[in-house]
Design a protein around this ligand. Structure first.
Ligand SMILES: [Zn+2]
Length: 195
């Protein structure tokens, strides 16, 4: 990963282990996550590289709105784009940190317990992979490959019971370049709280 500028690390107060890519200049993590550093530095590294990946691909505008304001997506296209963005950040964190499968599983199991993450369906509804799905996909694919993209989009369509599955998958894949910034994608958001 190459990032040209200095990235500032900011802290906010929250009992949930969380991180947000604020913009291209800073990352914000919760004080509870920072407190973990002494006992579990890998968990902190996992979150920080996830957020750095969002900065690298300029995902931050979308992530910030979702994380900060609890904004929900208005279409399955937008949910699917967000899902790819999030799983890319997870798999890059797994790869760059050189975690073992056991380490990565333990980190996400810890996050899952404390954050009380919703089911796969409820996670998909807000454009996120569940922690269990994140573990499974990262261990299976190890990198952000076309196979991973196909795998997760197919699962998303099945779980969300999307009728025109092939059409949606093709549309998402035609817009989402795995190696490019997502900031220019035409993603629509509804301004309301989703939880
Ligand atoms: Zn993220």
């Amino acid at each position: 990963m190459s990032l040209d500028e200095k990235i500032e690390l900011k802290i906010y107060f929250d009992r949930v282990y969380n991180g947000v890519a604020g913009n291209k200049k800073y990352i914000i993590i919760s004080n509870s996550l920072l407190k973990l550093y002494e006992s579990n530095p890998q968990a902190v590294r996992c979150m920080i590289v996830h957020e750095l990946t969002h900065i690298k691909y300029r995902d931050f505008a979308l992530s910030k709105m979702i994380n900060t304001f609890g904004i929900a997506f208005s279409s399955n296209y937008s949910r699917a784009i967000s899902l790819l963005m999030e799983i890319r950040a997870e798999v890059e964190s797994f790869r760059i940190n050189e975690f073992t499968e056991e380490e990565f599983t333990n980190i996400h199991t810890l996050f899952n317990k404390q954050n009380k993450n919703p089911s796969k369906l409820n996670s998909y509804k807000v454009g996120y992979p569940s922690r269990d799905l994140t573990i499974a996909m990262c261990i299976k694919h190890k990198a952000f490959t076309t196979e991973l993209i196909n795998d997760i989009l197919n699962d998303f369509c099945d779980v969300m019971k999307i009728k025109k599955k092939r059409k949606l998958v093709e549309r998402v894949k035609s817009k989402f370049d795995p190696n490019k910034s997502t900031i220019l994608l035409d993603v629509q958001l509804n301004v309301h709280r989703c939880n």
